[in-house]
Design a protein around this ligand. Sequence first.
Ligand SMILES: Cc1cc2nc3c(=O)[nH]c(=O)nc-3n(C[C@H](O)[C@H](O)[C@H](O)COP(=O)(O)OP(=O)(O)OC[C@H]3O[C@@H](n4cnc5c(N)ncnc54)[C@H](O)[C@@H]3O)c2cc1C
Ligand SMILES: NC(=O)C1=CN([C@@H]2O[C@H](COP(=O)(O)OP(=O)(O)OC[C@H]3O[C@@H](n4cnc5c(N)ncnc54)[C@H](OP(=O)(O)O)[C@@H]3O)[C@@H](O)[C@H]2O)C=CC1
Length: 482
Amino acid sequence: KGMAANTKNSFKFVVVGGGIAGVTCSEQLASQFPSADVALVTAAPLIKAVCNFKQVSKTLEEFDVEEKPSTVLEEKYPNLRVIQSAVEALHAQQHTLLTVDGLKVHYEKLCICSGGRPKLLTQDNPNVLGIRDTDSAQEFQKRLSQAKRIVVVGNGGIALELVYEVEGCEVVWAVKDNAIGNTFFDVGAAQFLIPTLNTDKPERAATCKRVRYTIDGLGQCRAFEEPGSALGPDWHEGIRLRGAEEVQVLMSPCFPTTFCQCSKASFSVQFPAPVGSWPVYVELTNGKTFGCDFIVSATGVVPNTEPFLHGNNFELAEDSGLRVDDHMKTSEPDVYSAGDVCTASWEASHLWQQMRLWTQARQMGWYAGRCMAADVLNETIELDFCFELFSHITKFFNYKVVLLGKFNGQGLGLNQELLVRCSKGLEYVKVVLSGGRMVGAVLIGETDLEETFENLILNQMDLTPYRDELLNPNIDIEDYFD
Ligand SMILES: Cc1cc2nc3c(=O)[nH]c(=O)nc-3n(C[C@H](O)[C@H](O)[C@H](O)COP(=O)(O)OP(=O)(O)OC[C@H]3O[C@@H](n4cnc5c(N)ncnc54)[C@H](O)[C@@H]3O)c2cc1C
Ligand SMILES: NC(=O)C1=CN([C@@H]2O[C@H](COP(=O)(O)OP(=O)(O)OC[C@H]3O[C@@H](n4cnc5c(N)ncnc54)[C@H](OP(=O)(O)O)[C@@H]3O)[C@@H](O)[C@H]2O)C=CC1
């Protein structure tokens, strides 16, 4: 009711974006300042809320995400108003936003949490799809139900999930690396996971046909009008990812042909002139051309900065995210940013790196809210502990996956030693040591090692004397370091 009286659309705090970052930030502000007017301006009709939050260890967290109508937020926080409209322009000097509905919103402090959108191979081909939000996932599902063959390009999180989940449709997976899942895994972990593609998925074993997995090529294993929030864990659950035919996963570890000799940035797939009856063809650098019903471009995300830039002086990072400092502040006064749209530009802990993930969206949104509050109250605030150590829990190919620190030896060059333990079909454990200290780990399966390894990474103990015991399966490592 208090909000209804605010006809001037002037707010102490305004947050843009109803994804995890924006919702967490606005909830933080609305609960810390119950008498201040807070607005959440978001393009999509539904917001994303964190539920069943569980702090698994010092830095590891798990939670579910629910899509809810925005009224739920307004009911919970009487001082929070949700404005469903896309922001069209920002005038940072005047502290105002304009929405596509012609609404002018005034703020004292603003946090931009507008997320990202798929970095598509090409924008103009209706047969090249990206997956980001509920709408795009539904479009994908609709097209898949009629499809006999699709080509998946990209080797990150979405591609990994798709090739595992899609059934009843031939999948050509064009991978330019020599192993799968390059954003999360090294070759060893990839080798561990690959046989899973060849087995029935547990929950569907009774009903589905056996997946045939063939290896092709050289490899060793070898509408952005009203963008919705990014999907997240288990986005494919409840969506039937089934094509029109029998199942075959065909992996082509090769480079799409028109991959320029130079940098990846100039990469583009060309669509050769049709020679058959498929709606679209893709030519790969192993010399093969595949016709397919459509191509999924699972090639990363681009920060949604567009409506905020014009006429303002935002510093952008190389990946075109809004640069934020260790207080989540952008280069414009009173403008903060969190989640996929921003790029952490502070001197990060040597054990942390930004990855555009659900968990980091929540952590950044929450911390940005606290920083905005601290600024208003003239209080000092230290960089939150969650930015000390990179940690991520997820699931790939139905295995629990925990990633800690420099899990792929990021930035370590030759200054690293890897210890690996692997039981086929059961677990894969990799530890990254640098100068005798643990700096990262990949844990696949029910290893139960995450807490002990997290502690060993955080306390930077010299493990040189223990390196032979560290992964010895006959030693209870938790007791050992107790
Ligand atoms: C298919 C898929 C699977 C994923 N799986 C996982 C996973 O298993 N684990 C994991 O950790 N991460 C996963 N991610 C990544 C994760 O979903 C994102 O990192 C995270 O959701 C980003 O949250 P965000 O709040 O920054 O942005 P978003 O969720 O993208 O939200 C942005 C919000 O801003 C709004 N918006 C955009 N532009 C405007 C504008 N101009 N005006 C007003 N509002 C605007 C949008 O409507 C939206 O509400 C996945 C992503 C995808 C696409
Ligand atoms: N379970 C989880 O945690 C999941 C997380 N996500 C997150 O959602 C977001 C979107 O996922 P996704 O799209 O898979 O993005 P990712 O960043 O995970 O992966 C993008 C992949 O595409 C490759 N790539 C980039 N540009 C090109 C190009 N022009 N041609 C060919 N390949 C290219 C990248 O290779 P290279 O690295 O060499 O550039 C990389 O393999 C990511 O932030 C991801 O982390 C998604 C699904 C599941």
